[in-house]
Design a protein around this ligand. Structure first.
Ligand SMILES: Cc1ncc(COP(=O)(O)O)c(C=O)c1O
Length: 402
């Protein structure tokens, strides 16, 4: 092995770093963009509605209209929930598990859901909670690999749905094309007219570079006549405050009835004061867009720092994604060394997302995909973390090729 790299790694270890780039969290400067929410006056009366009291289980009208504008979906199909879109997704899966549209998933033999990979670890964890088998399809440049999707459906029974992140996919950053979405709808609806499409649009408004055009999901769903099979969620977790924003769901037909039914057993109403505060802060989707441009200006340099470090790696060692939005960079090594890289980073005081986390059951079949989350730390810390990451890759690669 190249002695220079080993010496460099030892020097990095001696710095006794303690840097965590495991999760895609906004930097404090991004949170400052929404500080007005902390001191804003809220009129507790909204027309005849007292926001301080119970009521409006689907959300207040202003918030549902904002969700409708954001998701380009009919107002009647919008629920404004609490701060977490993941919670809305969980509630929807739970409703299908307990009640289902025609049959409860719990009463089926080995129900399955399709998960494009690499994907979001918390989606996998949620499906694992229910014992729902996860079938994987690769994500390619413009969305899901359609041939693999067809094959999977041909060879499996009781595939109940698909769960994906269609814009700036977590972690690899792809933006699904309109045609890919259209094909997904058609392939899956031909398989079953009871199919559930869940689109987690967590990064709907999170472009930091020009991004290819994408028709709203609800518009494509309408064109393909699948509105009643489609559920879309998004939130303000990375727009205003994590844990202090709003979440939205667009759902039609039986899915809308199911989410209303399950939520009626769980929450009497969401936080309407916070909904009002947010609708005073953002009057419409255009206001959100302008706000997100300020986020983009803060996020872009973080990614550029990461790229500068990764650029020294040659293609025979690995490649990395250059997304136009979202929160992650995906590194793919040529050798099966992802676990080893994580271990070496840890030795040098840098925590990155565990190897395997971007695959169901935590198992990356090739042990070569890693997720980097460059937004949360300061520039200097990020430079140091990236230095460690790249050096760890060089060492692990050299070990693997012997
Ligand atoms: C794809 C995806 N969905 C959902 C979430 C969480 O969203 P929320 O805070 O609205 O539950 C994240 C956060 O990292 C995410 O990456």
């Amino acid at each position: 092995m190249d002695n220079e790299i080993v010496t460099k790694f030892n020097d990095l270890k001696n710095k006794k770093l303690d840097i965590d780039i495991t999760r895609g969290k906004p930097h404090a400067s991004q949170l400052d963009l929404s500080n007005e929410l902390l001191t804003m006056d809220v009129n507790p009366l909204s027309g005849s509605i007292d926001l301080r009291n119970y009521g409006e289980p689907l959300g207040i009208e202003d918030a549902r209209r904002l969700g409708s504008d954001l998701l380009s979906a009919p107002y009647e199909n919008i629920i404004t929930g609490e701060q977490s879109s993941l919670l809305l997704t969980y509630q929807m899966i739970l409703a299908h598990y307990l009640f289902g549209n025609n049959i409860a998933w719990k009463d089926l033999e080995n129900p399955k859901v399709i998960c494009p990979v690499p994907g979001f670890d918390r989606h996998f964890r949620m499906l694992e909670d229910f014992g729902i088998e996860m079938l994987t399809v690769p994500i390619i440049e413009d969305g899901v690999d359609l041939d693999s999707l067809k094959l999977l459906l041909e060879s499996n029974e009781n595939v109940m749905g698909l769960l994906c992140v269609p814009r700036h996919s977590n972690p690899s950053g792809e933006v699904y094309s309109d045609n890919n979405l259209k094909e997904i709808f058609n392939i899956c609806k031909n398989y079953s007219d009871n199919f559930l499409f869940v689109f987690d649009n967590a990064y709907l408004v999170h472009d930091f570079l020009p991004t290819k055009n994408q028709k709203p999901i609800s518009v494509i769903a309408q064109e393909e006549d699948v509105v009643d099979m489609v559920v879309e969620v998004t939130s303000f977790s990375k727009v205003t405050f994590g844990g202090g924003g709003l979440s939205f769901m667009a759902a039609g037909g039986k899915n809308l009835s199911l989410i209303k039914r399950i939520r009626a057993s769980m929450v009497i109403c969401p936080d309407k004061i916070n909904q009002k505060r947010h609708t005073q802060f953002f009057k419409n989707a255009d206001d959100i867009k302008k706000h997100m441009e300020k986020h983009a200006d803060l996020i872009r340099p973080q990614f550029e720092i990461a790229y500068k470090a990764l650029d020294i790696l040659t293609n025979d060692i690995g490649t990395y994604s250059k997304p136009t939005g979202g929160y992650f960079i995906t590194f793919i090594s040529i050798q099966p060394i992802a676990s080893r890289i994580v271990e070496l980073c840890k030795e040098a005081g840098v925590l990155i997302t565990p190897a395997g986390a971007t695959f169901p059951y935590g198992i990356d079949p090739n042990d070569n995909v890693l997720r980097l989350a460059p937004t949360f730390v300061d520039h200097n810390e990020l430079k140091e973390a990236m230095d460690v990451f790249v050096t760890a890759i060089q060492i692990a690669h050299a070990e693997a090729i012997g």
